[in-house]
Design a protein around this ligand. Structure first.
Ligand code: PEP
Ligand code: MN
Length: 362
């Protein structure tokens, strides 16, 4: 990879936030009262930047899609009254043009749905060209590190030099604990490749659920040394027009940041061990999800066999599976002992499949 400014320039802007940038505020600006009440209740001791969506990229149309330009008047009041810096999402050059005209935004972020599209990122980079505003890029919704890094290169190429990223997790298919899979490995890979680029975590969009905000924040800040958090807060979360499940009251944000600051000041024992353990936990969660998915497929096979009078045990099929494992041994190059372990494990998995299929009732 070519080592350009992206890899060499230090992002000194993060030092102004003591290396712990805390952004909070509602998912969306809904009305003046909600914006001002939320801002009033956010404690400046813990939060430096007020966030709010003005234009909302919703998955399905006909939902609340953001209040639009009028919201800037409310953000101006937040800035004047409570002295917060202001952050909003921009998704095209029109947004940039309108936001710059109102001259109230200090930090722009590019949303996950925009980062996936190089045309969009290029358009935004061109319209912000040469700005000294801070621009944060959320990870793309698909787990693609190159695409994420590429979007930063587009900004640097347009002489946008105060940059950072936001880790907000990646799209899931099917049921899982979080709304978006954190795939910490990708964020850690990012940190390893680009240690000079500040990375903050958005536990709200990873979790999709207020009860996981603290555990995710702790992982990011304490275990992985992220440079900050973006946490959605709302004066009345259950009535929020977007992302109601994941927004917390402003007082809760203070509580979380206070706890993290206490943790940060404590001695960090077992740090390396924990790093490995989180990797193991993530892998284990994936193994269990896959085994569950596998047992469902096996059930469908069982039903099909029963309906069509096919024997449950098909010896040719079994041979083919075992041979596939031999190929994998060659490709991955693992030891005879590991192969023995996989064979034994697979026997258990296969026996379970047979058990499932024998117990099928149509
Ligand atoms: C948001 O921050 O409100 C948002 C829409 O986030 P994301 O791009 O991560 O979905
Ligand atoms: Mn949101």
């Amino acid at each position: 990879m070519k080592k350009n400014l992206l890899y060499t320039k230090s992002q000194s802007w993060i030092k102004k936030f003591n290396n712990l940038l805390i952004i909070s505020g509602p998912c969306s600006a809904e009305n003046e009262k909600q914006v001002l009440e939320t801002a009033k209740r956010i404690d400046k001791k813990y939060v430096q930047v007020f966030r709010s969506g003005i234009w909302k990229p919703r998955t399905r149309p006909n939902n609340f899609e953001g209040i639009g330009e009028i919201g800037f008047n409310w953000l101006k009041k937040v800035k004047e009254k409570f002295k917060f810096l202001i952050a909003i999402e921009i998704a095209n050059s029109k947004h940039v043009e309108i936001a710059l005209k109102h001259n109230v935004v200090d930090i722009f972020w590019i949303g996950a749905r925009s980062t996936v599209n190089p045309f969009t990122v290029q358009e935004i980079a061109e319209s912000l060209s040469g700005t000294d505003k801070i621009v944060l890029v959320k990870n793309p919704i698909n787990p693609d590190l190159e695409l994420w890094i590429g979007s930063l290169e587009r900004l640097i190429n347009k002489n946008i030099n105060n940059i950072g990223v936001i880790h907000r997790g990646f799209s899931n298919f099917g049921k899982s604990k979080y709304r978006n899979n954190p795939y910490w490995k990708i964020a850690l890979e990012f940190k390893k490749n680009l240690p000079n680029i500040p990375i903050i975590c958005d536990p709200s969009h990873i979790s999709g659920n207020k009860k996981y905000i603290y555990e995710l924040s702790k992982k990011a800040i304490i275990d992985f040394g992220f440079n900050g958090l973006m946490i959605e807060s709302h004066c009345n979360p259950s009535k929020a027009l977007s992302d109601a499940n994941q927004q917390i009251i402003p007082e809760k944000v203070s509580e979380i940041v206070e706890l993290l600051k206490i943790e940060l000041n404590q001695e960090k024992k077992y740090k390396i061990l924990d790093l490995f353990r989180y990797q193991i936990d993530e892998i284990d969660e994936n193994i269990i999800s896959l085994l569950y998915e596998r047992s469902n497929v096996s059930k469908n096979i069982g039903k099909f066999k029963k309906r069509n009078n096919i024997n449950i045990i098909q010896s040719k099929r079994w041979e083919k599976i075992i041979n596939n494992f031999n190929d994998l041994k060659e490709i991955l190059g693992y030891s005879e002992n590991f192969k023995k372990f996989i064979d034994e494990l697979y026997k258990i998995i296969h026996d379970n499949s047979i058990f499932i299929q024998k117990n099928i009732k149509l």
